[in-house]
Design a protein around this ligand. Structure first.
Ligand code: FAD
Length: 453
């Protein structure tokens, strides 16, 4: 007998309940990845994520070949291609991970119907993409938690299943043809960011091991230190499922200590946003909690924000890091998002869309809901707080090293004065090819407070 194991956001062999389930149910397995026409060619197939995906699929294929198998890649409508592959292999069961976005749940429904009509079964596995499955913990009488702290309390009590080891052998029937795995790289036009990390489970596990050795212990103290760059940078591997959140939670709990606790808490944030999106798929585009905003529209300001030329060095440093690496430090993400949505009072969707064009970890649940959090239309219990770029600079980049790293125009400015170039002596100021602030912080604040009443 044969089963299909469909890879989606779980591009790994270790701790993969989907693959394990398929292997348990049949002697042979077709490991399948479909380049979904519904996503390829859309705004979602951007150079940074496509490059990372191509690495991840090549690595997955190599890992499967070491075990006697291979990866089968198809292109087209995901439901039609899975059905076709199931027929060709005469597979009784199709295994796949449960996902939360509106798009993925609609696709799952269509797939279940199509397979059912064909006498085949869809098996959806939970706790693959998240450590705790969305909907597993809920407040009394409600379908999801709208506030993180009580969610986290419940999440901590919920058991996380034990991680599974990678299978030793994977026996694949000889029939199914595959597109060349490398062809995936050509899905997006344009080049990826120069500092993009290498994708795949092998690279992810390498990164995880070095993080375990040298980052985890001091994470609690250093997670907001912008120049220290002391976070795990595991987010793209988690986004594509090259690493398992279940395994990370287990390992962190085994390691113990304040750093591990703080790290586990961040992983719970990831699960939190997934369970919000599962219950409210409309939150990917509509305000989770509408505040009656009538956002300003100013294309020149948005362009300056995107280009990292707002005249506020810490904001600009974050935006330049995003372009260069396809990734931005969380503290900077919070600041640039607050700046766009509160100081400039422009629609969070503009920022969220731009982030998704560049972020290698760009993810509907985490991106849209973090943007909503920052804009005060989401789950923040203090929706009207506004981050001040100068106060943030004093706290999280006190000597300006992060700014000097990312804003070369200011690299020569010494000391904390790098955060306020407009206060430099005129002669020095004139020599810098760096813009004046595009907005007065006090005016921005007053405008926002007035708007939110
Ligand atoms: P670490 O600090 O090492 O944290 C470990 C892991 O916990 C991360 O890899 C991530 O998976 C998870 N995590 C940490 N913080 C959060 C958070 N606030 N919400 C959800 N998960 C979190 N994260 C994404 O993965 N994809 C996105 O598209 C995304 N967009 C964001 C947009 C905005 C406006 C903001 C403020 C945050 C966004 N984040 C997003 C969350 C966070 O910034 C990144 O997960 C984090 O910076 C990744 O770096 P790291 O792996 O070094 O994180």
């Amino acid at each position: 007998s044969t089963s299909l194991s469909v890879f989606t956001s779980d591009l790994r062999l270790s701790d993969n309940p989907v693959l394990r389930g398929a292997l348990r149910s049949a002697e042979r397995v077709v490991p399948l990845f479909v380049v979904d026409r519904g996503l390829a060619g859309t705004g979602f197939a951007v150079p940074n994520r496509v490059a990372f995906l191509a690495d991840a699929l090549a690595d997955l294929d190599a890992g499967l070949r070491e075990r006697g198998g291979r990866l089968v890649v198809r292109r087209g409508d995901a439901v039609a291609e899975i059905l076709r592959a199931a027929r060709q292999a005469d597979a009784d069961e199709v295994h796949i991970a449960g996902r939360v976005s509106g798009y993925a749940t609609r696709r799952e429904r269509r797939l279940r119907e199509a397979l059912g009509a064909d006498g085949r079964r869809l098996r959806v596995h939970g706790a693959v993409v998240t450590a705790v499955e969305p909907g597993e913990v809920t407040p009394a009488g409600k379908d999801h938690f709208a506030v993180f702290t009580p969610y986290f309390r419940a999440w901590r009590r919920a058991g996380v299943r034990k991680p599974l080891s990678a299978p030793r052998t994977v026996s694949v029937p000889s029939g199914p043809r595959s597109e060349p795995v490398a062809a995936v790289a050509s899905l997006a036009s344009g080049s990826p960011s120069p500092g993009l990390p290498e994708g795949g489970e092998t690279a992810g596990r390498r990164r995880m091991r070095s993080w375990w050795r040298s980052g985890l212990r001091s994470y609690a103290d250093r997670q907001d230190d912008l120049a220290g760059d002391a976070t795990s940078r595991l987010s793209p591997y988690l986004h594509f499922g090259c690493l398992s959140p279940v395994e990370l939670v287990h390992r962190a709990r085994e390691a113990g200590g304040a750093g591990a606790d703080a790290f586990v808490r961040q992983l719970a944030w990831r699960d939190f946003h997934h369970q919000v999106l599962a219950a409210r798929p409309d939150a990917s585009y509509a305000d989770y909690r509408p505040r009656g905003d009538r956002w300003r529209e100013d294309a020149a300001e948005v362009a300056a924000w995107k280009a990292g030329r707002t005249g506020y060095p810490l904001v600009d440093a974050g935006m330049r890091q995003l372009r260069h690496e396809g990734w931005m430090h969380n503290r900077a993400r919070l600041l640039v998002a607050s700046f766009l949505t509160k100081t400039l009072y422009q629609d969070w969707r503009i920022g969220a869309r731009y982030f998704l064009e560049l972020l290698v970890d760009g993810d509907v649940a985490n991106n849209q809901l973090n943007w909503q959090w920052a804009a005060g239309t989401g789950t923040d219990t203090r929706p009207n707080r506004v981050l001040n770029p100068l106060a943030q600079a004093r706290r999280f980049d006190p000597d300006g090293a992060y700014v000097r790293r990312w804003v070369p125009e200011l690299a020569g400015v010494t000391g904390s004065g790098v955060h306020t170039p407009w206060r430099l002596p005129e002669a020095e100021r004139d020599r810098l090819d760096y813009p004046d602030p595009i907005v007065d912080l006090q005016e921005g604040l007053a405008r926002f407070r007035h708007a939110r009443g």
